[in-house]
Design a protein around this ligand. Sequence first.
Ligand code: SF4
Length: 123
Amino acid sequence: MMPFHVSLSEEERGKIIEIALERMVMIDNKVYGLEDNTEPEAEVDCESKIKSCRAVCCTYAFALTQEEAKQGIVKYNTERPFYIARETDGYCPHLDRATFRCSIHDKRPLRCRKYACPQDNRL
Ligand code: SF4
């Protein structure tokens, strides 16, 4: 028997994500909610810290917002939608391993933009 492949159009894919998001919002409104994007971004001097921290923040697991999941720019974990994807080395797929820079810096998730490592007592 031939393997069965399903190919979804962008519209179909968007609809499936929308339905999944609606269900997840019902389950946990806080995690997948529409977040306030009016607060300023965290100011962190990554350049001076990156040699010692090696972008450990880019290994943290967090949920994307509804907008981010719908936009489809940020890769998410297919086994745990809509948490940000992590690769086998633990890092985000959007992290350039050679430079430790974010390859989607201008479009990075809200939680990345608001994270301030100097205030994180886990470090
Ligand atoms: S999106 Fe960019 S800043 Fe956010 S975890 Fe991934 S590499 Fe790091």
